[in-house]
Design a protein around this ligand. Structure first.
Ligand code: SAM
Length: 343
């Protein structure tokens, strides 16, 4: 069975990297095929696993806008006749809307939406069109000459990433990361349900919230009491169930349980404090964190373009697996690195 993902085009590589990381960490058996920027097909999903795979991708992904179940693939010429081959009463509960999206095609969106709505009604009984609150959206995705007839069974919570901005949380401090990027970094760490995720520079708790919401146990540390307490307040507010926060300097970090993943945004002295150690804090951090990670744990970290973390990595026993650049503004590009340990 197959899913059609419509992904964000705000970054060239992150949306696909995030998808691959989630598939890997969840152990899903499937193929990922990129059609073009923003359009991805996940196929060869075992029918017994399909519902779970669909739900879990919908719960976890940040840089994906929609996930649609592919009912059939056809051409514009054959679309009308293929409509009658599907059992619409088993796909739609009571009401539906047809939405058409085109990519590299000049097909007439409005005309197709109207015609397909009519054909579905003709080939079913007791269904209704509801343009504002349908039970299900039938989405027709036209890419060049290919037409994918799909339905959206699980809806991604895009509103969460758009509206639940850090300044709307009970505890706010400038310099915190957007929930979208924080979720993506958590996903890049390949963390699994019930595993232990650590952010040793937890600030307002952005990483902890995103890790917690996808089912990880999360621990946050910060040198600042306000951050230690504030991140706990934010976790509680976001509905994270299994979290702990501590006031700890990175140099003194000693976890009772080694963690399964570290996801963090270390301070670099622009809007956050480094405790007076500036870029050397990255070296202190890498030395200290290695002692607190399981051998196969990954480290996903953000760093500013002007700090060269590579000078420390090999010496301390790390290697970069993946790296992405995000231009924040004129004077800051954020580098996101996925780092493994050399054991
Ligand atoms: C860039 S902020 C983290 C922001 C966080 N990702 C968020 O969503 O709010 C870095 C944090 O590191 C903390 N910090 C600075 N020096 C530290 C140290 N030596 N040990 C532990 N935490 C430290 C700061 O108090 C700050 O809260």
């Amino acid at each position: 069975m197959e899913l059609f993902l419509i992904q964000s085009q705000e970054h060239d590589f992150l949306p696909l990297a995030e998808l691959n990381a989630v598939i890997e960490s969840e152990g899903f058996n499937c193929n990922v095929k990129k059609l073009r920027s923003g359009l991805v097909i996940v196929d060869s999903i075992n029918p017994n696993d399909f519902d779970y795979v669909y739900q879990r991708l919908t719960q976890r992904l940040a840089y994906t806008h929609q996930i649609n179940h592919i009912l059939l693939k056809t051409t514009l010429q054959d679309l009308d006749s293929r409509i009658s081959t599907l059992d619409w009463n088993s796909i739609i509960e009571s009401s539906f809307v047809v939405r058409v999206k085109t990519y590299d095609s000049d097909a007439d969106v409005v005309a197709i939406e109207r015609r397909m709505g009519g054909l579905i009604l003709e080939n079913s009984t007791n269904l209704k069109v509801n343009l504002t609150k349908p039970n299900i959206t039938i989405r027709i995705i036209i890419y060049k000459d290919d037409v994918y007839l799909t339905c959206e069974e699980y809806i991604l919570n895009k509103k969460y990433f758009q509206d639940f901005k850090p300044h709307k949380r009970p505890f706010f401090h400038p310099g915190c990361m957007s929930p979208k990027l924080a979720r993506c970094m958590v996903n890049l760490s390949r963390i699994k349900t019930d595993q232990l995720l650590l952010d040793p520079f937890c600030g307002t708790g952005g990483m902890l919230i995103e890790g917690g919401l996808i089912g990880a146990r999360v621990v946050g540390c910060d040198i600042d009491w306000n951050m230690k307490n504030g991140s706990a307040i934010n976790c509680e507010y976001a509905g994270v169930k299994d979290f702990k926060t501590y006031k700890v300097d990175i140099n003194e970090l000693k976890m009772y349980e080694l963690c399964d993943a570290v996801v963090t945004d270390p301070p670099y002295g622009i809007s956050t404090t480094t405790g007076g150690r500036d870029s050397l804090i990255f070296k202190d951090f890498l030395i200290s964190i290695k002692r607190n990670m399981k051998d196969d744990a990954l480290l996903v970290m953000a760093s500013p373009h002007f700090v060269d973390i590579d000078q420390f990595l090999e010496e301390i026993g790390f290697e970069v697996l993946e790296r992405y650049e995000i231009r924040m503004h004129k004077s800051l590009t954020r580098i996101i690195s996925v780092i493994a340990q050399i054991n």
